[in-house]
Design a protein around this ligand. Structure first.
Ligand code: GAL
Length: 421
């Protein structure tokens, strides 16, 4: 066979290469639309950490924020978008609602990422139960928040010679002194999820973690109608006397700002409040103190996680898998949690660089796991299905904003919970 001329052979070979290239589908451009409710100052900084990480890794981020702390508004948007056949690709979701959505068959399994990244070794078993459905990973946890924190302004407390109260009795005494001195004792935002946040810390503080579990997790009727529960509502009524007139419908971060500025002495809120302190350049544990809510003998757990709604477009599925991988990565878990106020969900990550409140959270978490006093937060959707949580929120808020007696509240609560189950 005559030898082909050198140039011709090169030409033919490059034509063949071009042909192969043309037949190869274009590389996917990982893209995700992310539905979240992180819109306060500290929360937005945290979400930016995530976004930048994703974009640095070549992803395209489409932001879909829904304002409103606690995420109740975001849940409504999610439901209507799914019904309209327009599910976002990545969605902030937690607790039992993860399994509820998984049972609808609309969540993408994350087992391949989980296996490649060794999630079995990284995620605490208590969280694995939450983020798996039928043995498959369907969500990726980004953090561990503690709900039962009392934030206090040391200068405001010092005006009445007080320290952060350790029991509800002490709390009432300190708050009474503050009120008499013209200082708002408790910064609060009157929204159902914020009322419920205080309520569950009172349940824990007055009843103890075993009682908390019976009443707010197992929904035991005896516990729900007990004298302890009557006392819980009595304490809620007392607390109502310690909030300022402008409390109604105030966002939680504005309440945090009141404590930062010394306009109020204390706030009961999860450690996302710390995200606001950090964003404002305050030193947590010094400028604003972090102690556990009065009488706490445990750790009220709230963990944010993301699920991926099944997508057909290959750019979207590539984006979802990339996001899932990054979210449990060391760099992201470190930077994100420093900003968010939480501690890493990646349990093997060292706590270097975290502030005093985060260190306490991490130690108390380990202690609570050992002592079996780690309890899922009812107010933050970790403990019971949405319908039951809704029943709690309705009664707690109705009681807080009226002169309903504690006995009536207990009766209504037990009825509402039974109906919602
Ligand atoms: C919680 C959520 C936190 C937080 C807070 C206020 O339920 O887990 O991440 O930011 O609501 O929006």
């Amino acid at each position: 066979m005559p030898r082909m001329g050198h140039t011709l052979s090169l030409l033919l070979r490059s034509a063949a290469v071009i042909g192969v290239l043309a037949a190869t589908p274009a590389m996917a451009e990982p893209t995700v639309e992310v539905l979240h409710f992180w819109t306060s100052g500290g929360e937005s900084r945290a979400v930016n950490v995530l976004r930048q990480d994703f974009e640095k890794a070549g992803g395209k981020w489409i932001d879909a924020p829904v304002a409103g702390g606690g995420g109740d508004a975001a849940s409504t948007v999610l439901r209507s978008r799914v019904l309209a056949g327009d599910a976002p690709n990545a969605v902030q979701l937690k607790g039992p609602s993860i399994k509820e959505w998984a049972e609808q068959g609309v969540l993408a399994p994350l087992d391949s990422v989980a296996k490649a990244e060794n999630w079995d070794q990284l995620v605490p078993p208590q969280l694995q139960q939450v983020i798996k459905s039928d043995g498959h990973y369907v969500a990726v946890p980004v953090n561990i928040h503690r709900v039962n924190w009392l934030w206090s302004n040391p200068a405001a407390l010092a005006k009445v010679g007080a320290q952060p109260p350790k029991t509800w009795e002490e709390f009432n005494a300190v708050a009474t002194k503050l009120k008499a001195a013209g200082i708002v004792p408790l910064a609060h935002g009157g929204q159902p999820w914020q009322d419920a946040t205080i309520f569950e810390t009172v349940v824990l503080g007055l009843g103890g973690s075993e009682f908390y579990k019976k009443a707010l997790v197992d929904l035991d009727e005896k516990a729900l109608t007990s004298d302890t529960m009557v006392k819980v509502f009595d304490q809620m009524r007392t607390i109502r006397g310690f909030v300022d007139n402008g409390f109604s419908n105030r966002e939680w971060n504005l309440a945090t700002a009141m404590v930062m500025k010394g306009d109020a002495a204390m706030q009961i809120m999860g450690d996302w409040a710390k995200g606001e302190l950090v964003a404002a350049g305050k030193v947590p544990g010094k400028d604003v103190l972090c102690t556990t809510t009065p009488g706490s003998d445990g750790f009220l757990l709230n963990s944010d996680s993301f699920v991926m709604f099944t997508a057909k477009d290959k750019d979207r599925t590539a984006g979802q898998m990339l996001l899932a991988k990054l979210m449990l990565g060391e760099k992201f878990q470190h930077e994100f949690n420093l900003t968010k106020g939480s501690i890493p969900a990646r349990m093997t990550l060292p706590m270097d660089g975290f502030d005093a409140c985060a260190q306490k959270s991490s130690q108390d978490l380990k202690q609570a796991i050992g002592a079996k006093t780690l309890m899922p937060s009812m107010a933050h959707e970790m403990a019971v299905p949405g319908s039951v949580r809704g029943a709690f929120l309705d009664v707690v808020t109705a009681h807080f904003n009226s002169d309903m007696s504690s006995k009536d509240a207990v009766k209504r609560l037990a009825e509402a919970v039974t109906l919602a189950r």
